[in-house]
Ligand binder design. Sequence first.
Ligand code: SF4
Length: 370
Amino acid sequence: MLQPESSLQEECLRSMEGELNSIKRFRSSGGKTLGYLCRGFPPSIAAGLGFRPVRVLQDASVESENQGGKLVRQDICPLIKVFLGGIDSGRNLFGLIDVWMGLATCDQTRRCFYALADMDNVTVHHLQLPATRSQSAAEYFSDQLRQFCCDSRDLYGFEYSAERALDYSINLWKAGNILRKATLTRQMSPIDLHWLFHLFLIGDPDGLAETLLSLLEKAEPFTPEYMIAIAGGPLALEDTWVLQAVQSKNAGVIPLHCAGLQLAPFGGLNETPVTGTIEELAGRAFRDIRCARSRPNAEMFQYINDSISDTSCDGLILKTLKFCDLWFTERERFRSSMNVPVLVLDTSYGEGEAERQRNRVDAFLETLAL
Ligand code: SF4
């Protein structure tokens, strides 16, 4: 687990421990948790069924990567290895998940969820997120989620409640909007912001907006001299070395990856869901994704370029995970189509990784600071 280094981070850790305790109580009273990995899955649908949804992006360490590496072939993304290693060990949050959403987004996630389905005492629901951006692909995604709801009724006796889903969704949007506003002040320390987004990933949205507001009051002033956007694969909780490198040069971060600003509502509170139906929530999840895997993915490039302009970022770090072709194959397009200098980092959670790459980050930041 990442160690806190500021009073806001200490409070965040306490809130995260509180969330883990509430998950334990929820399970001991008969509730079921649903774990997922990709931002494309709409947690409100799981909440509408009565699950407690949790996006598990934690435990990124050499040990987890090595442990998970024994369960799949070696040329698999480190995040997938960490995920499998965490489930295999039952460590921390991984040990509190009853059902996994096997949302396949690439060959590697597909392999991961099939390996998971072979493990004892692990339940996986398979789901395809089509890469094609079309109306029929959106409808196909929605159909699969409807099927998941039918399966949950048959398997667990869960009935979908649009009212419950809507309530969850609106609370989530309120909390996300607070994080969006905090990010856009450009006055948050990169690591503080990272902790807040990770609390958002595991927190029960009911009351989360208030918790985030009270945590933000504890934020120490941070006045960056310049700003760096970060895009690419999601950053796990412990994956902070790039943020530390940026923060140590007195630069701020705009996190444009799918564990950062993409979690916050795109259209602000005016665009909160209105019905809570499966169709509405599935459609929004499909529409709002800004991922390199989308075909075409021009919207993702536009989103990153626009966000960089809107937030006056001076450079972009594209942080990919080794063997994740989704992002790495786009590196030349990033270099040629962004309006700011781009540094591409292909990373793992392995021994010495931060030290190996740190010089490149420092050199990049020095060129921007001149
Ligand atoms: S990078 Fe894309 S495929 Fe991977 S978790 Fe994020 S949204 Fe999903």
